[in-house]
Design a protein around this ligand. Structure first.
Ligand code: EBR
Length: 386
């Protein structure tokens, strides 16, 4: 480290050089991200609340009220009036908290060798959760549309099951699992049902009036917790994830004494934590309202169907008809990895799914119709060149 202070000019010059190596959402070439550029009002508010620490909420009472308000607003579109929960760093932390609560409550019932059942399509954060929480991960099979097969869940539930996980917007394909059926299984077996709606949580509720989506939220009695990330479809800055629980018993099951803080107990994994995430999320949610999110979600679906139809017209194969704003596809005569390289050479930042192997494009807000037209023209050229 430098001994003497460095001038602002020099610092910014150096940082500019580093930053010039980063990809920019605004270029419209990042096709494989589930995050996007945060809304301007959220960025402004984030800066203003940078010093507030929700790890010690008695010092930041106003920011704590903001976090509560954000949870209430999210609860209002997930059919739960008074949710318990927190704004956390993202889907990973939210999922770990949900599984931790389920494990601790199951322990109270005498389960010591706990297992969780997750679909094969689950995000890898559940692998981290079982590793950290000393649980066993059991994979449930998928149906032909890459959604969890409830009969596979039924086959795998046993006396050690502490949680079942369903997904509303899978990471790779954006599919929505049949949560209603999982809810019945969870109730019958007295097991915690967690819904990972990290991706779909900020779009499905706004699309459901005009589209035929299955129920996935707290209106289903078996659902005990939901992950929903403002920093994905919610246009909030990173880090902003959400974990909502049906009531306080779940946070209580994880609480530890927290001496020397302004609160006596703490249930979050993280201690010192940003208030800025809550404040920025509050601002963008208020600013857009349900109407604004409906508009963004509808636009992303229009782009999704445009891309899907164009791909079919060019002879590419879709893995599955999209549920949400993700299109996964292959070329009938090319290996996915080779196609990915060809697209990378044309400066597209693509990402590949594993189950099954395919190129996947997530139609986030930063991808505009013009970007898609250019992308489709490159895919046409690739197709004609082989
Ligand atoms: C994808 C995160 C991602 C974001 C990937 C940007 C590439 C990017 N997914 O460029 C679900 C259903 C997810 C998910 C992340 C997480 C974890 C949980 N559940 O901790 O905020 O799709 O990354 O969320 P995180």
């Amino acid at each position: 480290m430098n001994e003497k202070p460095v001038s602002r000019e020099e610092i910014f010059k150096e940082l500019d050089e580093f930053q010039s190596l980063d990809c920019k959402y605004s270029d419209g070439r990042i096709l494989g991200s589930m995050c996007t550029e945060a809304h301007p009002i959220a960025k402004e508010v984030f800066n203003r609340f940078l010093d507030s620490n929700l790890g010690d909420p008695g010092l930041f009472k106003g920011t704590k009220l903001i976090e509560d308000e954000v949870l209430k607003m999210i609860g209002s579109f997930l059919s739960l009036e008074n949710p318990s929960g927190h704004i956390v760093t993202g889907g990973t932390e939210a999922n770990i908290m949900a599984i931790r609560a389920a494990r601790n409550l199951a322990r109270e019932k005498g389960i010591s060798n706990g297992e969780i059942i997750v679909p094969q399509s689950a995000h890898f954060s559940f692998k981290k959760a079982v590793d950290m929480l000393n649980l066993k991960l059991v994979n449930a099979e998928l149906d032909e549309n890459y959604r969890i097969d409830p009969s596979s869940v039924e086959d795998n539930v046993n006396e050690n099951t502490v949680a079942i996980v369903g997904i509303a917007g899978t990471t790779e394909l954006g599919m929505i699992d049949p949560i209603e059926e999982l809810s019945d299984i969870a109730l019958e077996n007295d097991v915690h049902l967690h819904v990972d709606a990290a991706f779909g949580g900020f779009s499905i509720p706004f699309l459901k009036d005009n589209h035929d989506f299955p129920r996935f939220d707290f209106s289903l009695p078996g659902v005990k917790s939901i992950t929903v990330d403002p920093h994905k479809m919610g246009l909030a800055p990173i880090p902003s994830g959400g974990i909502l629980f049906r009531d306080n018993t779940f946070l209580d099951a994880m609480s530890v004494d927290s001496p020397y803080l302004t609160i006596k107990h703490q249930s979050t994994i993280v201690g010192t934590r940003l208030g800025a995430s809550s404040a920025a999320t509050f601002a963008v949610m208020k600013y857009l309202g349900k109407e604004g999110y409906r508009k963004f979600a509808e636009e992303s679906l229009v782009k999704t169907h445009f891309l899907a139809n164009e791909l079919k017209g060019l002879g590419y194969d879709l893995v599955v008809e999209p549920n949400l704003n993700i299109v996964a596809f292959n070329h009938p005569n090319l290996k996915t990895d080779d196609l990915a390289v060809m697209l990378e050479e044309r400066n597209w930042k693509v990402s590949c799914s594993v189950c099954p192997k395919a190129i996947r494009v997530i139609l986030m807000n930063h991808i505009k119709k013009d970007n898609l037209i250019e992308f489709i023209s490159d895919l046409k050229e690739i197709s004609e060149s082989i």
